[in-house]
Ligand binder design. Structure first.
Ligand SMILES: NC(=O)c1ccc[n+]([C@@H]2O[C@H](COP(=O)([O-])OP(=O)(O)OC[C@H]3O[C@@H](n4cnc5c(N)ncnc54)[C@H](O)[C@@H]3O)[C@@H](O)[C@H]2O)c1
Length: 297
């Protein structure tokens, strides 16, 4: 993919993250090396709104995956920032055609049986790259470094240099309104609000957490993939009346010592469920693809 030619990009999903990515490409330094070739979204008005804000509009606009093989010919890299379903619908065919891909709906790789293995197999056999940005969480770099100790033969923990990975997510109680699991457990969010004391709603594996709290799925998936996998990665979910932002704390223990990271995420303006940092992390990944110099693991 590298060379003097611009990398041709197709973006699937023109919501909060997709719009930031396209605006970052349009009219910035990135534009000298990236060319936006297609946009896909099943809400035509979102594509229209985004196009209005772009100086250079892509030639190809699609509302679904019909004629996908043809439009994939026009690109080198597909950026998925749409939904879990879009990973199978767009990323798998892109890899089959030997195109590189970036996946934001990383939770799909944890939730959809066989999908991770298929993505891994296709990228290997077709010789293409799959990029998974850190998204809304931090600490993935340190976790990856620490977990790699097992590969060097130096890990003393049965193949990994990491003993434990724990993610604690804190949100204001209203952030859990409508959650089925919370209702089933008979947890009264209003009384947590009034009592002014934080309360743990869930503790368990990342695999279980994403089933009960799908809104936490991407962060849990990124950490699982970087570290110990979905069973061994532990997740705690807390309703905290004093929390203003969505807070993710990651604690990793291992041969290297202890890592503790806390991210207080500002929600994206276009979609309050999405952290602004997630879009920024996708844009940083694009810069990383282009840059000859790699900073960070
Ligand atoms: N990796 C992370 O840490 C992280 C963080 C936040 C969000 N995400 C994920 O990234 C994705 C995008 O987030 P967002 O906030 O931009 O969402 P959004 O809802 O603002 O935008 C998604 C857009 O994709 C479109 N879309 C969805 N499925 C589609 C399909 N099958 N075909 C065509 N268009 C489709 C929707 O119409 C919408 O316009 C979501 O899956 C979200 O869960 C990941």
């Amino acid at each position: 993919m590298a060379g003097t030619k611009r990398i041709r990009v197709g973006v699937v999903g023109c919501g909060a993250i997709g719009s930031e990515i396209c605006k970052a490409i349009d009219g910035s330094k990135l534009e000298s090396e990236l060319e936006l070739r297609f946009l896909v979204d099943n809400h035509p008005e979102r594509i229209e709104r985004l196009c209005e804000s772009l100086k250079r509009k892509p030639e190809i606009i699609k509302y679904d995956s019909t004629g996908l093989e043809e439009i994939l010919e026009a690109v080198d890299l597909v950026v998925e920032c749409a939904s879990q379903a879009a990973v199978r619908e767009f990323v798998v065919p892109a890899l089959r055609q030997g195109k590189d891909a970036m996946i934001l709906s990383v939770g799909a790789l944890l939730c959809e049986p066989g999908l991770f293995e298929e993505v891994e197999r296709l990228s290997g056999t077709k010789g293409c790259k799959v990029y998974i940005p850190s998204g809304a969480v931090a600490g993935v770099d340190g976790l990856k470094s620490a977990a790699g100790l097992g590969d060097t033969g130096g890990g003393g923990d049965g193949g990994s240099g990491v003993r434990s990975v724990e993610l604690t997510t804190r949100k204001p109680p209203r952030g859990f309104e409508g959650n089925k699991y919370v209702k089933q457990q008979g947890i009264n969010l209003a009384s947590i609000k009034q009592g002014k004391r934080a309360e743990t709603l869930f503790e368990g594996s990342a695999r279980e957490a994403v089933r009960h709290f799908p809104e936490n799925v991407n962060v849990a998936a990124s950490l699982s993939l970087a570290g110990l996998g979905p069973e061994a990665t532990r997740v705690r979910i807390v309703a905290d009346p004093s929390a203003v932002r969505n807070v993710h704390e990651v604690e990793v223990l291992g041969e290297f010592g202890r890592l503790f990271v806390r991210v207080e995420n500002v929600p994206s303006r276009a979609n309050p469920k999405t952290s602004f940092l997630a879009a920024l992390s996708a844009i940083a990944t694009l810069r990383g693809i282009l840059s000859p110099l790699r900073v960070g693991t």
